[in-house]
Design a protein around this ligand. Structure first.
Ligand code: GLC
Length: 729
């Protein structure tokens, strides 16, 4: 009894503390707002670029004077304690000394580069992904930042769109879980801690589905399609407590996201009760004019602020017009106050009113940024991001006493291209594959193989001589870092023909060949895929790319990655994903949804990835007794490591709704567990079956669960699956 009383009291105290903090924040912010002029309020709604530009029309901070006048709320693209202190000192000269918040795209690591987010997602290791975000947030905060424009949670089915590299791939269930892991990692438990930063969920909404895969292009879809396939990660991130959202460049069902009242007010702020603030993307308020929904900056300001866009990044429609618009009663002061309050609340939560320089500690910056331990976490994530696509001989893993390697391809020596897009990495400290191989003490006979500029085969004789004097060949092909990312849509995602031709020639030499595929998106490489005996997808792995790849080549780490996006066989299949609908004439069949000039199957399916060992699935069964609250059934399956190495397997659960009131995908990922299994061992893996895995959103965005039959599927990828039936009564 005493224990219960103590527990009750403790909960009461915590609740009181939270309540008191909230009322303390409300009291402080309300008091401050009462003292603010309209000009100072509008100033809080403007974010200017202090350093480099990450969009058109360059950085717009002429001088610190406007900051000292209290007319700017935030600065982006400045980092480093010394730099940030300078801007904050200017803000402290303003009448009310309202601190600035500093944002930057810290997307995968900070100064120590981590794998690109799509590569990290291939780890299917949520704890590791959260840990990586925790490290990223810690390092960014140590460098004076309070805010990162991450995670990007846009679902992508279309690899023509270069920004798939920034997200977690094609699946809304997995994308939601990765979004939550990244938000929690970045924000930690308390934004006022000096090792946490605000997350920014982007790009709201639907940016990953541009028509024709062309960046910035229009997005148009039914509400049911949006709600089931694109909305979930945004919703999950909001529910996880993300501090901010960023509006997308694209128009969404004919209305630009940046001035879309359905998205920003009705869905985000009302239905999801989001208390943070929304920042535009770079210049996207001003771009309402280009969208031709605003005649000028004045109208752009009215539309955006009325729709719920709180802070304008870089363009200055608010700065130039909002004061007049309020005075002319064309914009209500209530709308402005709501935006200001949201922003000031976050500055309060960050602890910046208490101490505007709390993130400006040069000693902490020196100890934290690019620390040795940041490299260890980078290497760990990088190893787990690598996907073994093919293994058809016994050359992998390399023997420890391997004498010599012919290492072919300039990507094996390129520090810059290992960083990928949106990188803050210190390029000089990237360890390339060439350097890492040399560090292992093996004889490395390097040859360029192809020109990285034009992808043409060069100096083939020197390539041949390197091959002749080596035991094995490792050839690195793929994309340059400049080929994927923003403004990097492609009409053809094939790997350059001559790179593939070079691989074919290397295979013809008869030496064992391992192909490393370095890229930022799903790519097409059918000639290599058919002929090469061994293929590892290494994405762009960042600062520890070389050591991580070597650890996998030599089996110090057994590859465990799985594809977070489908790899198409040809361009005609794009966009492609595994959650297609049955249609009235399901494939296979004569009269069926298919092509006459290509198989419908992809080159590699979602969730696919091999290991140096092998796993057998057996004994799949439905358990319907001793269930927990809300659990309709349990699924259990035995997984056995039948190979020669200890390894890890991502056991995947897919569900198919056999009959519903609307058409449903042929299968959907609704659970996964990454398990470690010593060779010869068996583990029984159990999944719960609950409403949230069985239901779907209707066209009014209401989540519905319908009774009926479901097929439950379990396996190591989205195609090779064991099945059983479950009926929801
Ligand atoms: C860019 C990107 C966005 C980024 C922002 C600030 O244009 O679209 O993802 O966060 O501008 O750099």
């Amino acid at each position: 009894m005493i224990f219960l009383c103590c527990l009750l009291y403790a909960n009461l105290v915590v609740a009181q503390n939270i309540k008191s903090t909230v009322s303390e924040k409300e009291h402080f912010v309300s008091g401050l707002m009462k003292r603010m002029t309209l000009e100072e309020k509008v100033g809080q709604l403007w974010q200017v670029a202090g350093g480099f530009a990450t969009g058109p029309d360059g950085s717009n901070l002429g001088s610190l004077k406007v900051i000292a006048e209290g007319r700017i709320g935030s600065v982006l693209n400045v980092s480093g304690v010394k730099n940030i202190r300078k801007y904050q000192e200017a803000a402290m000269q303003s009448r009310l000394k309202i601190p600035l918040i500093f944002g930057m795209d810290v997307i995968h690591g900070f100064r120590t580069g981590f794998p690109i987010p799509l590569g990290e997602a291939a780890s299917f290791d949520l704890a590791l992904i959260q840990k990586g975000a925790r490290w990223t947030g810690t390092a960014a905060a140590a460098a004076g930042l309070n805010w990162t424009f991450a995670p990007m949670v846009d679902i992508g089915w279309d690899a023509r769109w270069g920004r798939v590299l920034e997200g977690a791939g094609e699946d809304p269930f997995y994308g939601s879980q990765v979004a939550v892991a990244r938000v929690k990692g970045l924000q930690g438990d308390n934004l006022s801690n000096t090792n946490t930063i605000m997350a920014c969920v982007k790009h709201f909404a639907g940016y990953g589905a541009p028509i024709a895969g062309k960046d910035y292009n229009s997005v148009d879809m039914s509400m049911g399609h949006f709600a089931n396939f694109y909305m979930p990660p945004y919703k999950a991130a909001a529910e996880a407590g993300a501090a901010t959202f960023m509006s997308a460049f694209n128009d969404f069902n004919n209305i630009p996201s940046t001035a879309n009242p359905f998205l920003l007010r009705k869905l985000l702020k009302e239905k999801w009760n989001f208390k943070g603030f929304v920042v535009s993307d770079w210049g996207s308020v001003g771009e309402l004019i280009n969208h031709r929904v605003a005649a000028d900056k004045k109208e752009a300001a009215i539309k955006a602020i009325s729709a719920g866009l709180d802070m304008e990044m870089v363009s200055n429609c608010y700065f130039e017009n909002l004061v007049d618009l309020v005075k002319e009663k064309k914009v209500s002061i209530k709308v402005v106050d709501d935006a200001v309050r949201r922003i000031l609340n976050k500055k309060f939560e960050l602890g910046l009113f208490e101490d505007p320089f709390r993130y400006c500690d040069e000693n902490r910056e020196k100890e934290t940024v690019e620390s040795a331990s940041s490299r260890e976490i980078a290497r760990s994530i990088s190893e787990r991001s690598i996907v073994l696509l093919k293994k058809s001989d016994n050359i992998l893993p390399f023997r420890k006493d391997l004498n010599s390697i012919a290492l072919i391809g300039p990507l094996a020596k390129s520090k810059k291209d290992m960083c990928g897009a949106w990188s803050t990495a210190n390029v000089n400290n990237v360890i390339t594959l060439y350097e890492a191989m040399k560090n292992r003490g093996v004889e490395v006979n390097y040859a360029e193989g192809y020109d990285l500029g034009n992808n043409k085969i060069v100096n083939y004789d020197s390539t041949l001589s390197a091959v002749e004097k080596s035991d094995v060949v490792v050839v690195a092909i793929g994309e340059r870092a400049s080929e994927s990312g923003e403004m990097r849509s492609k009409t053809d995602i094939s790997i350059a023909a001559q790179q593939q031709e070079l691989v074919s020639r290397l295979i013809k030499t008869g030496k064992p060949v391992v192909v490393l595929l370095m890229c930022g998106r799903p790519v097409i490489f059918n000639e290599v895929r058919d002929k090469a005996p061994n293929i590892l997808l290494t994405w762009w792995l960042g600062s520890e790319a070389g050591p991580a790849i070597c650890n996998v080549l030599w089996g110090d780490y057994i590859p465990s990655g799985k594809l977070p996006m489908t790899f198409p066989r040809n361009m005609g299949q794009v966009p492609i994903n595994y959650q297609y609908k049955s249609t009235g004439r399901p494939y296979p069949g004569d009269w069926a949804a298919k092509y006459i000039d290509s198989p419908v199957e992809p080159a590699y399916p979602f969730g696919y990835g091999q290991s140096y060992t092998s796993f057998k699935y057996s004994n799949l069964k439905l358990i319907s007794d001793n269930l927990g609250k809300g659990v309709h059934a349990k699924i259990s399956v035995d997984v056995t490591n039948i190979g020669q190495y200890d390894g890890e397997e991502v056991v995947q659960l897919y569900i198919r709704d056999e009959a519903a009131s609307v058409t449903r995908p042929v299968k959907e990922l609704k659970g996964f567990k990454k398990i470690k299994l010593k060779k010869g061992m068996t583990q029984t893996v159990v999944f719960d079956i609950r409403d949230d895995q069985l239901g779907f959103y209707d066209n009014n965005i209401n989540f519905v669960v319908e009774k009926g039959d479901f097929t439950i599927m379990v396996g190591g990828d989205s195609e090779n699956l064991n099945k059983t039936l479950f009926s929801l009564k």
